[in-house]
Design a binder for this molecule. Structure first.
Ligand SMILES: N[C@@H](CCC[C@H](N)C(=O)O)C(=O)O
Length: 305
């Protein structure tokens, strides 16, 4: 974005969101638009730029293979590589909401076809992930969860202590990889959830080497829908490289897993996660498999200068 030079510097972008987690999407099939961190930060700035939680670039997997190990490993599995960047320009392994919005973008741009009942494979830094379409809903196979502290931390229910401004004391947190890093803590009620001040990053002890996303969850019991039992959570999130966002898909998956661990062996496998920007549904399957369902909305075209 320039002040005097009026020639367009950026190609057309598309603004989209998934439960309020918003992105600027860019088609770059031949990989000519490297995303410099400073450019991403300028574009996503909500006052001086267009504004978004992140930027997502669509590059042909065959082109991305030159620089991205996951794309090189994917071979001809999937045509498109999702290059996700946080608002500060940093790279993340995965973005759950971004993956659905990315698929909606590819279809809308005529770069992919996804009929109702069909699926589309996308290469991400977390490997090749499959997105299914049922009507207007998209469900992503998110790969497998992990626990950096190993299953000992999982059995103990926590491996770190977390301090959040506005929330009294230090809270035990559980570190989960999805495969991007998350730490989940629980609060007792809606008042505590609302009191959390996420204008700054929560303090995690010990400090995770590559930084982390932090989810604060409040358990709201269970519901049965169409014969299926769901645990219900309310969640807020502070995202690494962004700040507080209205939603985080990988974070919702991590929150569901932590809630399942904390609730014990009788806990449900399916979870409804209410976030400030809407509602996501998480299914925790066998062999650590996770799937995430939610909306993907394309808002409009943007032509930055
Ligand atoms: N909002 C995303 C996660 C984006 C990446 C994250 N901030 C990180 O750095 O790991 C989601 O929907 O999963």
């Amino acid at each position: 974005m320039t002040s005097l030079d009026t020639s367009p510097r950026w190609p057309r972008l598309v603004k989209g969101h998934g439960t309020g987690n918003d992105f600027l999407l860019l088609a770059d099939p031949t990989g000519e638009r490297e995303l410099a961190p400073a450019d991403v930060a300028a574009l996503t700035d909500r006052h001086r730029g267009i504004g978004a939680d992140g930027v997502i670039r669509a590059v042909r997997t065959s082109v991305a293979a030159a620089t991205e190990p996951a794309a090189a490993a994917a071979g001809a599995d999937a045509e498109w590589f999702m290059d996700y960047r946080n608002a500060d320009g940093s790279v993340s392994e995965m973005c759950g909401n971004g993956l659905r919005v990315f698929v909606a973008f590819l279809v809308d741009e005529g770069l992919a076809v996804l009929p109702d009942g069909g699926h589309l494979d996308v290469v991400t830094r977390a490997g090749t992930l499959r997105v299914h379409r049922t009507g207007v809903d998209l469900t992503a196979d998110m790969g497998r969860w992990g626990v950096p502290g190993g299953d000992v931390a999982l059995a103990a229910g926590s491996d770190v202590l977390v301090t959040v401004a506005g929330v009294a004391g230090q809270r035990p947190g559980l570190s989960i990889t999805m495969p991007n890093p998350h730490v989940v803590i629980a609060v007792a009620d809606d008042a505590e959830l609302a009191a959390a001040d996420l204008t700054g990053a929560p303090l995690v002890d010990p400090v995770p080497a590559g930084g982390t996303n932090v989810e604060i969850v409040r358990a709201e019991g269970e519901v049965v829908r169409e014969g299926r039992r769901y645990g219900v959570l309310r969640m807020r999130v502070h995202e690494r490289g962004v700040g507080e966002t209205l939603s985080c898909g990988t974070g919702a998956c991590a929150a569901a897993l932590a809630a399942q661990v904390w609730a014990g062996p009788e806990a449900p496998s399916d979870w409804i996660v209410h976030v400030p920007g809407g509602t996501l549904v998480v299914a925790l399957g066998p062999d650590r498999a996770v799937s995430l369902s939610g909306p993907a909305v394309l808002v409009g075209d943007v032509q930055p200068r």
